[in-house]
Design a protein around this ligand. Structure first.
Ligand SMILES: Nc1nc2c(ncn2[C@@H]2O[C@H](COP(=O)(O)OP(=O)(O)OP(=O)(O)O)[C@@H](O)[C@H]2O)c(=O)[nH]1
Ligand SMILES: [Mg+2]
Length: 241
């Protein structure tokens, strides 16, 4: 399914609006991101009701590309400077509030991120199926400092465009801060976006406490998941022809 243009379903840049502050405050603690356990959720006062919708998001890409760093970035944790290979599978939780443009309804997206070390994945056959099983979205990562990782994603794309599989796929380029060492050119990114019709998100640098850096990716993830569910619901309601 093609990705939906940003802001077509949700209010654009809602995290910047003063009205959203009470919702975003629920995902903060002492001006930093609050860490949520698997069974925890933000608690809103009765006058600010917001339903929660849950999705499984698998982070994929070769070893060292920055999967664990991206999970840390999205949850607001410090990114380790050295590469510790992830020796198993780790999950973490991100809550993200959005406002629906038409109804004005507010929703909390609950993303359960699945991050599995690439070398473990190669060693144990059951890892990839369990990460992909019932995944609602897959983040395909490449690193701007590793052209091979970008070629891997480009080579995978033809297999990933089956519209019937109900998985949102977004491409994320990591280490964008290391522009002096970049190995992937802007024209390659432009060509990729044109050929495959998917946007490429860029991340890199230190984790900031603000929401501005992660908002484009989390909003796109939420908006495409919501769109996918709405399209599926309307297909299953329409009478067979
Ligand atoms: N400068 C910079 N360094 C990054 C970024 N993302 C990751 N790194 C560094 O790249 C190295 C590898 O990142 P990881 O997130 O551990 O890689 P991984 O994909 O989880 O690797 P495996 O667990 O082995 O599959 C670490 O030293 C990170 O600090 C980034 O956006 N910018
Ligand atoms: Mg890792």
């Amino acid at each position: 399914m093609p990705t939906v243009p940003p802001g077509s379903i949700f209010v654009t840049d809602w995290h910047r609006s003063p009205e959203s502050r009470e919702y975003f405050n629920k995902i903060l603690y002492k001006k930093k991101r609050r860490k949520f356990g698997l069974l925890e959720a933000p608690v809103m006062p009765p006058n600010l009701k917001a339903d929660t919708v849950r999705y499984k998001v698998f982070i994929s890409g070769k070893s060292g590309v920055g999967k664990t760093a991206l999970a840390a970035r999205l949850t607001g944790l410090e990114i380790p400077n050295v590469h510790y290979e992830t020796t198993g599978m780790e999950t973490s939780v991100v809550f993200w509030p959005v406002k629906l443009r038409e109804s004005g309804r507010v929703l909390f997206f609950h993303f359960q991120l699945w991050d599995c070390g690439e070398n473990v994945m190669c060693r144990f056959d059951h890892m990839l199926p369990s990460c992909e099983e019932q995944a609602d979205a897959i983040l395909l990562l490449f690193s701007f400092t590793d052209h091979g990782s970008f070629e891997d994603i480009s080579n995978q794309m033809p297999r990933l465009t089956d519209p019937s599989d109900r998985v949102v796929r977004l491409v994320v380029g990591t280490k964008f801060d290391l522009f002096m060492h970049t190995d992937v050119t802007e024209s390659e990114i432009t060509a990729f976006q044109e050929v495959w019709g998917v946007p490429v998100f860029r991340v890199g640098g230190d984790v900031s406490s603000g929401m501005g850096e992660i908002a484009p990716l989390l909003n796109a993830l939420a908006e495409n998941l919501w769109h996918q569910d709405c399209a599926h619901a309307s297909n299953s309601l329409s009478p067979p022809s």
